[in-house]
Design a protein around this ligand. Structure first.
Ligand code: TMP
Length: 202
């Protein structure tokens, strides 16, 4: 049987890492081992591309950024995600294509049609079975990551992240069946409870 592909996404400081630990534990308790992965990255080549993308010392043209996100994604789906699903494993990816619509589309202002073209080329009709979108107001997210060293994208300003957040919310409205919008502005426990309710439905 084909496994399930779940993705988790959201603005900076939404608490993805904590919730990924929770999801992994919750599914393990029910006998489901998941393959944990992330974007950009998740493969040897993908992690190298990630270094290029997030290197805080170098500027990058917005369309180069978009193409590199999809180059990493191409490697990711063909060499890791699809083979794992075909073996019946569940895969949980920390970010996926929704992040491209949010960051490169919303944040950088690139045309969604361009993103859609690349999505069709690289993914054809492949989409996650379910996406958990952790939503927090940008100011709260930024406060949560204030003490961290910032990578190239995290160094953007509040307006950029506001556009990212708006684009994520718009995506959840366009794909209400797949994308579960989760208010992650309260405690981590509160968010985990919401995720648990969603997972038990799945
Ligand atoms: P992370 O903070 O979840 O490790 O993700 C790395 C950064 O990459 C984050 O700032 C969001 C950004 N990103 C994009 O801009 N577009 C994408 O398609 C993906 C997957 C991530």
């Amino acid at each position: 049987m084909q496994g399930k592909f779940i993705t988790i996404d959201g603005v900076e400081g939404a608490g993805k890492s904590t919730q990924i630990d929770f999801i992994r534990g919750y599914l393990a308790d029910r006998g489901i081992d998941i393959v944990l992965t992330r974007e950009p990255g998740g493969t040897q080549i993908g992690e190298k591309i990630r270094e290029l993308l997030l290197n805080a010392d170098a500027n990058m043209h917005a369309e180069t950024e978009l193409l590199l996100m999809f180059a990493a994604r191409n490697e990711h789906i063909h060499t890791k995600i699809l083979p794992a699903l075909a073996q019946g494993k569940w895969v949980l990816s920390d970010r996926f294509t929704d992040a491209t619509y949010a960051y490169q589309g919303g944040g950088r202002g690139l045309d969604n049609k361009r993103i859609k073209q690349l999505e069709r080329w690289v993914l054809q009709d492949f989409t996650p079975d379910m996406t958990m979108l952790l939503d927090v107001p940008v100011e709260i997210g930024m406060q949560r990551i204030a003490s961290r060293a910032k990578d190239r994208i995290e160094q953007e300003n509040l307006d950029f992240f506001q556009r990212v957040r708006n684009a994520y919310i718009a995506r959840s409205e366009q794909h209400p069946e797949r994308i579960k919008l989760i208010d992650a502005s309260q405690s981590a426990k509160n968010t985990s409870n919401k995720i648990q309710a969603i997972l038990s439905d799945l």
